[in-house]
Write a protein that binds this ligand. Structure first.
Ligand code: NDP
Ligand code: 2IT
Length: 444
């Protein structure tokens, strides 16, 4: 059995109850075959075995009191996956579906993504099965304070730097930072990113993941003598990543005709009204059912369906495993040319394969959504030098990082004889830097 097959089999046997983690590991190792099976140093140094076993997993009880005076208990998790190239870095997800498998898949992916940014950040991820939906601000604060009371023992600006993800935005980061400061006595802004602008946050961090996604697509099109101007785009999700992907794509001349949340989806043939979407989601924390009030000519449908719409470009920006094989078939039948992931692992493995085999340019999230964490690293830099850069400075650096990522994964794919396969390109390019650092550090 090859080294790569052997490690995949061992990871499956060791983690039988973790399907998302197994999915992420299988996809990565599958595309590293050309590298790891052709050079004995990886097996001799057990690089893949070490990369697939997190440095540590911290799991803890999060008790808090709801508005009815009832004691609630959630589970908190932080997976510190790999610090070979820098402090653990990655978001916190608050969603009822959160479990160890999901946090491990996200932490594992984060190691390669963070490597692709070119910045010195290792990989980690955390979260809780807490559901912020329908909770009062006081309940969210009580939960965040309890969560951080425990998490504070394990993080630090040179140790592990959490940020947002699904269900964790500016409000939650504010409460988490307040409690970090209170329990440790340290006013160290670099311990969290995605902070508010009055206490060490970076301009453009809010926009960074969505903008970065579109900057990468822009470069990919430019490389083919094309542009976003006049393109029709389908976006899924209606959260942080989706909103700013829609904003940037629209600014660059594309027409985004869909968005979705966990209850339903919107088709707006005239192009999504961003001001309406922001008011519904960012200000009112409401459902997409409200959208029709702002745009009577739009359609609202329950359930899922954004991938049925005929578009040139699809940007899945909601969650893992939200674009299935039948969706991929529909996109291909409709002439879609590019699928770039804003979310982490939104495309199932069979859907990815179908898109690639049918001539669709497919960019995996670890490359195309890396602008968020890259800008988090820029926030850490600003915190270290106790300065804040202008929006334009941060945005220009973000653009350059996304351009570099595109060429880096494009070149890696070409170098290994799989030109245009950006799953392979991203995994290989992301892997190499982490593996080289691990080899330099010895067996640790
Ligand atoms: P938000 O919480 O802001 O938004 C998430 C959106 O996706 C919401 O519209 C939500 O709908 C929808 N959604 C979430 N879970 C599900 C589900 N199980 N089924 C259907 N719809 C769902 O999160 P973000 O925009 O920050 O994150 C979106 C994706 O992007 C995630 O995969 C995240 O890991 C990834 N990502 C985020 C980065 C960031 O900087 N924030 C960086 C890189 C990647 P509803 O409100 O109804 O739940
Ligand atoms: O998946 C991700 O890259 C994020 N949620 C952002 C992580 C970060 O540290 O900014």
């Amino acid at each position: 059995m090859s080294y790569s097959d052997d490690v995949i089999a061992r990871v499956k046997a060791k983690n039988p109850d973790q399907p998302e983690f197994i999915q992420a590991v299988t996809e990565v190792i599958d595309s590293l075959r050309l590298v790891v099976d052709n050079d004995p140093k990886y097996e001799e140094n057990a690089i893949l075995e070490r990369m697939t076993e997190p440095d540590r997993v911290i799991m803890f009880r999060v008790p808090w009191i709801d508005d009815n005076g009832k004691v609630q208990v959630n589970r908190g998790i932080r997976v510190q996956f790999n610090s070979a190239i820098g402090p653990y870095k990655g978001g916190l997800r608050f969603h009822p579906s959160v479990n160890l498998s999901i946090i491990k898949f996200l932490g594992f992916e984060q190691c390669f993504k963070n490597s692709l940014t070119g910045l010195p950040i290792g990989g980690g991820k955390g979260g809780s099965d807490f559901d912020p939906k329908g909770k009062s601000d006081r309940e969210v604060m009580a939960f965040c304070q309890s969560f951080m009371t425990e998490l504070a023992k394990y993080i630090g600006s040179d140790i592990d730097v959490p940020a947002g993800d699904i269900g964790v935005g500016g409000r939650e980061i504010g409460y988490l930072y307040g409690q970090y400061k209170r329990v440790t006595g340290l006013a160290t802004p670099g311990v969290l990113t995605g902070k508010g602008l009055t206490y060490g946050g970076s301009l453009a961090r809010t926009e960074a993941t969505g903008y970065g996604l579109v900057y990468l697509v822009q470069e990919l099109l430019k490389d083919r003598g094309d542009s976003l101007d006049g393109k029709t785009v389908a976006v899924s999700g209606a959260g942080n990543v989706a909103i700013y992907a829609i904003e940037k794509a629209t600014q660059l001349g594309a027409k985004v005709v869909t968005c979705s949340d966990s209850t339903g989806w919107v088709y707006d043939p005239e192009g999504i009204d961003l001001a309406a979407l922001k008011e519904i989601k960012e200000v009112n924390r409401a459902r997409l059912t409200e959208y029709k009030k702002y745009r009577p000519n739009s359609e609202y449908h329950d359930g899922r369906g954004v991938w049925q719409i005929k578009v040139d470009i699809a940007l899945p920006c909601a969650t893992q495993n939200e674009l299935f094989l039948e969706d991929a078939k529909q996109l291909v039948a409709n002439g879609c040319k590019v699928v770039a992931e804003g979310a982490n692992m939104p495309t199932t493995m069979d859907a990815t394969e179908y898109l690639q085999k049918n001539g669709v340019i497919f960019v995996p999230g670890k490359a195309s959504n890396a602008g968020g964490v890259a800008t988090s690293a820029l926030e850490m830099t600003q915190n270290s030098e106790r300065l804040s850069w202008t929006f334009e400075e941060v945005d220009a650096k973000l653009q350059q990082i996304m351009v570099n990522i595109y060429h880096n994964i494009d070149n890696a794919a070409k170098e290994y004889g799989v030109a245009g396969n950006y799953v392979a390109g991203a995994n290989i390019a992301g892997f190499q830097k982490v593996a080289d650092a691990m080899l330099a550090h010895g067996i640790v």
